[in-house]
Unconditional design. Structure first.
Length: 277
């Protein structure tokens, strides 16, 4: 039996039997809140994050954030560090186990470095996590003017930024259509992320093999991405490049696209061999 220890107030502790049935909506809400809290703490690492900062990042009230943080610390998922919170030993253990299946950082690192060396631009590896992508690796290129839209740990919805666009474009059509039917990206990301605009970009991405983000997140900051496929042939990661607009003119985009596709294909083949018996 897994028991979640939740502080309810001064001197009061409520133990929730996690084996007991939950109302579907309530259970989903708790899991979503816990996930948001853990992501907020992880994104702030290695520095401690305060309760108020967690509340602001997750849009929870401060008392709710504090209760969840305390409960997660009791279970070992988080630790107290002075006046803030840091990731705990249970997350390390779980992460070590998950890494055996999901971590491609060691294989991908050389491709990211080589892309940065060849192009002079900032190069990245991002991974799909549900309806989002999360940036895992970054390597700076030699060109002195850089874009800082992407950094390790940042998340974007699928279809936003070049990595998420590349991954979404090569999902099976049924899965892609299902996502487009419920995603409402234009509310947060602007009219350029309407379904009709997104469908056009996805078609261009599938035709070219790589995605192009023409300054849709930050004016003047361009990006390109190519999907990396797992052993089942599903797009699970993406290699990408970002830089200033003048470095992404038509003729150079073709050159950058070829480099991205070359390294994405090579990495996909390496992952396929790793997954073979």
């Amino acid at each position: 039996m897994f028991v979640l220890n939740v502080e309810c107030g001064p001197g009061m502790v409520h133990y929730v039997d996690m084996d007991a049935p939950l109302e579907p909506r309530a259970g989903t809400q708790v899991v979503a809140r816990v996930g948001a809290v853990l992501r907020a703490v992880s994104a702030h690492a290695p520095a401690p994050i305060s309760t108020s900062e967690v509340a602001a990042a997750t849009r929870l009230t401060r008392p709710t954030a504090h209760r969840l943080l305390s409960a997660l610390a009791t279970e070992g998922f988080l630790d107290r560090d002075g006046a803030g919170w840091v990731t705990g030993p249970e997350l390390y253990l779980m992460g070590s186990i998950a890494a055996e299946r999901y971590d491609i950082a060691e294989l991908a690192r050389e491709h990211v470095r080589e892309l940065a060396r060849l192009t002079g631009e900032s190069a990245f590896l991002s991974a799909r996590r549900g309806d989002e992508t999360v940036c895992l690796l970054r390597e700076e290129g030699s060109f002195p003017i850089r874009s800082f839209v992407l950094h390790e740990g940042i998340r974007f919805p699928l279809g936003v930024a070049s990595a998420g666009l590349a991954i979404l474009a090569f999902l099976p059509q049924e899965e892609r259509d299902e996502y487009l039917g419920r995603a409402r990206l234009d509310g947060e990301w602007g009219a350029s992320h309407s379904v009709s605009e997104l469908v056009e970009r996805l078609e261009r991405t599938r035709a070219a093999g790589y995605s192009v983000n023409p300054g849709l997140l930050v004016e003047g900051s361009w990006g390109m991405g190519a999907a990396v496929f797992d052993e089942r042939g599903r797009p699970a990661w993406a290699l990408s490049l970002t830089g200033i607009e003048s470095r992404f003119r038509d003729d150079r985009r073709r050159e950058l696209g070829r480099a991205l596709l070359q390294h994405a294909h090579a990495l996909s083949q390496q992952l396929g061999r790793r997954g073979s018996p």
